[in-house]
Design a protein around this ligand. Structure first.
Ligand SMILES: NC(=O)c1ccc[n+]([C@@H]2O[C@H](COP(=O)([O-])OP(=O)(O)OC[C@H]3O[C@@H](n4cnc5c(N)ncnc54)[C@H](O)[C@@H]3O)[C@@H](O)[C@H]2O)c1
Ligand SMILES: [Zn+2]
Length: 427
């Protein structure tokens, strides 16, 4: 928790303290302002900030305690750091805090989500003291286009959003990607809040600051890194998520467990029925743990240099299979389920992955109703697709391998070799 105060307040508080060599020379308040500026990126990397200019120690201590009880996950990104909260019925209260002081707000949602959940935010907007303009887009990936973005910009204009206004995204990954991009580009970047309503948007799209839209067949071709000011994953919204999307996202949850949380894997295995029944307490734990894995990795690698590569576990073959069906046969998560099976089996062939672990994960995916039968997939065509990528990647692909639960690594695998491995998966 960062305790903040104005330079003058800090100067007054430290006035009697002679043991501050950094404040020894020059005007104290100016010196403090310089140091605060110098350290701003570091101080911003916290779970929350408490302004201590007004009020007493007791009040600030209680505020810190409340943050501890809320238990947010910090996504460290220098000055662009933010927190992800996870819980039941938390969207509205968090919105109330995060939107306070905004000059205007634009709530962006879609035609499926808005009728179900838009009203849940009324109290939050009221307590923030802003009355939002609302844009409701047609749902679906086909609408993740420039023309939707233009509609959002027009809405920003009509609502007179300025640099102190806020965009609020209420929806799945399509809405969060579009709304985040709208916020990134409006007036060269304004604040936005993520209120994800699908499991995928909670565990994946809410962390990492990737925003954007599709350009025809080219998914996510145009976009920007633009971190939200805050994210609230309200698992109560997941009650109404269609089953196929919910189950598909469980593949990404299992991926996160494999990358960095052995306990999460244990919970998924021990309580698979409750997972499928969307038990809210359990969902809180699952979303929190998944977000924490991604936050840990992204925090150290904001712009995707090396470390972020591990998040691609299961995605090399998964993407090829997804694209092979022209993004219509398999959902992304279903493709990733198969991609995980492939990565584990290839890992076993290469001597990295214990075969028993590969079998264990297949069993769990299968229990959730996700596809695991690689033999039933067009592997030869998918392999050819990987081969096509060869020119782009210079002959080698970064392939993520699992040595054990929460112990992953990556190797640069020649595409030709990978293609052979994928072909061999049939038998
Ligand atoms: N930015 C990132 O890092 C990131 C990460 C992963 C995925 N994504 C993007 O996310 C998108 C997929 O996200 P998605 O799976 O959430 O799809 P989606 O946003 O299309 O939502 C799926 C469907 O469920 C409906 N829906 C959403 N929440 C609902 C709820 N609570 N109740 C009832 N219906 C609801 C939506 O209207 C939609 O029809 C893709 O475009 C992908 O590129 C982005
Ligand atoms: Zn994915």
């Amino acid at each position: 928790v960062t305790l903040s105060a104005a330079p003058e307040t800090i100067a007054a508080r430290t006035a009697a303290d002679a043991t501050r060599p950094l404040l020894a020379s020059g005007d104290r308040a100016t010196r403090i302002a310089d140091l605060l500026e110098l350290r701003a990126a570091t101080y911003a990397e916290c779970h929350a900030q408490i302004d201590t200019d007004a009020g007493d120690v007791d009040r600030h201590a209680r505020a810190a305690l409340a943050i501890w009880e809320r238990d947010p996950i910090a996504v460290a990104a220098g000055r662009n750091s933010y927190a992800v909260d996870v819980g039941v019925a938390i969207a509205s209260p968090r919105l109330g805090e995060l939107a306070r002081g905004a000059t205007a707000a634009l709530l962006i949602s879609d035609e499926n989500v808005a009728p179900l959940h838009r009203r849940s935010l009324d109290v939050g907007f009221a307590s923030a003291g802003v009355s939002p303009s609302v844009v409701v887009l047609e749902p679906g990936e086909q609408r993740k286009t420039l023309s939707s973005v233009e509609r959002l910009w027009q809405a920003c204009l009509a609502a007179r959003l300025d640099r102190k206004s806020v965009v609020v995204a209420l929806g799945g990954g399509v809405i969060t990607d579009l709304a985040g991009f709208c916020a990134a580009s409006w007036m060269r970047g304004i604040r936005w809040l993520g209120l994800p309503t699908t499991l995928l948007a909670m565990v994946d799209a809410s962390v990492g600051g990737k925003t954007g839209f599709d350009l025809g067949e080219a998914k996510n071709a145009v976009g920007a890194f633009w971190q939200p000011a805050g994210v609230a994953c309200d698992v109560a919204y997941l009650n109404t998520e269609p089953a196929r999307g919910y189950v598909s996202a469980l593949a990404e949850v299992i991926k996160s467990a494999l990358i960095g949380d052995a306990e999460l894997l244990g919970v998924l295995e021990a309580r698979s029925d409750a997972v499928l029944a969307r038990d809210p307490e359990l969902l809180t734990e699952i979303v929190r743990r998944s977000v924490a894995v991604k936050a840990r990795i992204v925090s150290r690698d904001e712009r995707e240099s090396g470390l972020r590569a591990v998040l691609n576990l299961g995605h090399t073959v998964g993407h090829a299979l997804e694209a092979q069906g022209a993004f219509g046969v398999l959902s992304h998560g279903e493709a990733i389920s198969l991609g995980l099976c492939a990565a584990l089996r290839i890992g076993a062939r290469l001597g990295y992955t214990p075969p028993a672990l590969a079998a264990r994960i297949e069993q769990l995916l299968d229990r959730f109703g996700l596809p695991v039968d690689l033999g039933a997939q067009p592997l030869a065509e998918a392999a050819a697709r990987l081969d096509l990528d060869k020119k782009r990647t210079g002959g080698a692909l970064r392939f993520v391998l699992v040595r054990d639960v929460a112990d992953v690594t990556y190797i640069d695998l020649p595409v030709a070799e990978l293609v052979n491995h994928v072909r061999a998966l049939t038998n």
